[in-house]
Every structure is written in C-alpha cells, then in structure tokens.
Design a binder for this molecule. Structure first.
Ligand code: IPE
Ligand code: IPE
Ligand code: MG
Ligand code: MG
Ligand code: MG
Length: 293
C-alpha cells in the first residue's frame, strides 16, 4: 500500500473514531444500556471504509473535510446497525464479529434488535442536525441515505440474500444481490462526498459509477475472505454454514479475484471524469481489492 494512503486511513480513522464517540456518548440514565451496546458495536475496530470514502471524495473534489466528518459518521452508524441485525440468529446467526462477541451474544436478542433500530433512526437525526450544510444539502443526504439503505439498496439486498439461501443462483442474480446489499451503501458514501463538495451532475454520474464498481468489488472480496480467512475463531465460514451462494462458491477464489480486479478497472475509468487528482481514491480502491481483512 502506498504510504500516503496508509497515512490518510490512519489519520482519518482517528477523526472518525472521535466523532462517533462524540455522537454516541456514554450515558448515566435508564437508556444507558442502549448507549453501551451502541458504543460496543460502533467503537469496535471496523475498517471505517464508508466514512473514509466520503472523506476521500470530499478531499479529491476540494470540499471541506471538517464539514464532511459528521455526515460520514452517519453512514458508519447505518452500517453498524446493518451488521448487528445481519448477525442475529434469524439472519446469519454469527456469534463473533471482528473477533468479539456479537451484540446479541454480549447482551441479548432484544437489545440487539433495539440497538440496531436506534442506530438506524439516529443516523437520520445526525444528518438533520449536521452543522454547516445548507437545508438543500441535508435533504439530499437524507434522501440518498434512505434510498441506498432501503428496498432498492441494502435492505432489498438482504431480503434477496435470505430468499436465495440454500438455492443455487446464477451469477447475474448474485451480482444484483451484491449491488444492493453492499455496493448501494458504498455508493451513498461516494455520493455524500459529491453533495458536500457541490459536485456537478456530470461528476455525480461518474462518482456513482465509481461507487457501484468499487462497492461490488468490496463484497466479492468479503465473500473470498469468508472462505480463506478464519474469522472470529470459527473454523467454517458463515456463508458455507448458511448455504449461501457467493462469488467464492460460484466462481472459485481465483476467478473471484479476477472479477474484483475487473470491477477495480471499471471504477478507475469512471474516476477519470470525476476529479483531476485521482491519487487518493485510487489508493483507497486498491486497498479495497487487496484487503486481507
Ligand atoms: C462487512 O462490512 C459487511 C459487508 C457489507 C461487506 P465491512 O467489511 O466494511 O465491516 P467492518 O465495519 O470493516 O468490520
Ligand atoms: C452483510 O453481508 C451485508 C450487510 C448489508 C449487512 P455479509 O453477511 O456477507 O457480511 P458479513 O460477512 O457478515 O460481515
Ligand atoms: Mg449476511
Ligand atoms: Mg453476515
Ligand atoms: Mg460476508
């Protein structure tokens, strides 16, 4: 990894961490457990890719990084809710995430559902209260987040994911599923950067293409890692246990890597029409396809 991008990731991740901690503080009142469980899942070593994408797009389009930080964190809050619910026994039934107990194992299922519900709702409150954005920009961000995490996006993808469990599906169906369940929210992250830095409509179109391609690559690699990497101490991957069709099962590991690489190339050609200096976003995109965790 190029040292500039490593620096960017390290420095910005610290800002994201601090902002998340500020947005979801510790509380000493009857709802303290809600905040405790929220902090347990939020401040638990995620890669912060979605907020990092927003910050990288903003920087690449000469927007304000300090204005972008709070909306970027709203994306991480939605992402965290989606993982808490994804791990539930009625979904993927995973006991560990990032090497620690999942929220329903650490607390209980009721608390996990409610912590997810809270984070989902709170993300929109965070956007509505964002400082230094115009009312038009806030409405744009709120609609993007709602659209990308709703039936056309992440939730639509999760519905497909459980509907096809145990079934053999074709690559086109899997492609659509992954575009919705994962690429949609990564596209939102890229679009956030565009809105915050007041990108032109031509730039927005290019940014969306970049987001969709790199988002698809991200889930392809996630599928590969589910097979190749021992996650959270379980010997068998969650996908295999749940009889999921994935890019790893449909294509095999090597072809899945080639597929991700093709997505990367498509992302790179889209980027050319989005900004003059593509170094930072190219670095982040490389990190995505080369990631080992
Ligand atoms: C995992 O997301 C679920 C997917 C949508 C691929 P990440 O790999 O971004 O999870 P963390 O937040 O970095 O752990
Ligand atoms: C989850 O996909 C995507 C979400 C929208 C939450 P996975 O089920 O593959 O994510 P991991 O592998 O559990 O992180
Ligand atoms: Mg899942
Ligand atoms: Mg899962
Ligand atoms: Mg997975």
């Amino acid at each position: 990894m190029h040292h500039d991008i490593a620096d960017f990731i390290q420095i910005q991740s610290q800002c994201i961490e601090r902002e998340l901690s500020r947005l979801v503080p510790e509380k000493e009142d009857p709802s303290s457990q809600l905040f405790e469980a929220s902090r347990y899942s939020l401040l638990n070593g995620g890669k912060r890719l979605r907020p990092l994408l927003t910050l990288a797009v903003t920087q690449s389009l000469d927007g304000s990084a300090s204005i972008a930080l709070t909306p970027a964190c709203a994306l991480e809050i939605i992402h965290t809710y989606s993982l808490i619910h994804d791990d539930l026994p009625c979904m993927d039934n995973d006991d560990y995430r990032r090497g620690k107990l999942t929220v329903h194992k650490k607390y209980n299922e009721g608390h996990a559902v409610l912590t997810g519900d809270f984070l989902l709702t709170y993300a929109f409150e965070v956007l509505a209260m964002c400082p230094n954005l115009s009312p038009e920009q806030k409405v744009q961000l709120i609609s993007i987040l709602a659209h990308r995490s709703g039936s056309e996006g992440m939730i639509g993808g999760q519905v497909m994911d459980i509907a096809v469990e145990g079934k053999s599906i074709c690559i086109d169906t899997l492609h659509l599923l992954h575009r919705k369940k994962t690429a949609a929210l990564l596209t939102a992250a890229v679009e956030f950067g565009g809105v915050i830095s007041e990108a032109s409509s031509a730039q927005m179109i290019a940014l969306r293409k970049f987001g969709e391609s790199i988002g698809l690559a991200y889930q392809v690699i996630d599928d590969v890692l589910d097979v190749t990497k021992q996650r959270g101490g379980s010997a068998i991957g969650s996908d295999a246990r749940n009889h999921k069709s994935t890019f790893a099962t449909l294509l095999g590991i090597d072809k899945a890597h080639v597929y991700a690489q093709n997505c990367y190339s498509q992302a790179m050609s889209a980027l050319e029409s989005a900004c003059d200096d593509t170094t930072l976003l190219q670095g982040l995109a490389q990190f995505i396809v080369q990631r080992k965790y």
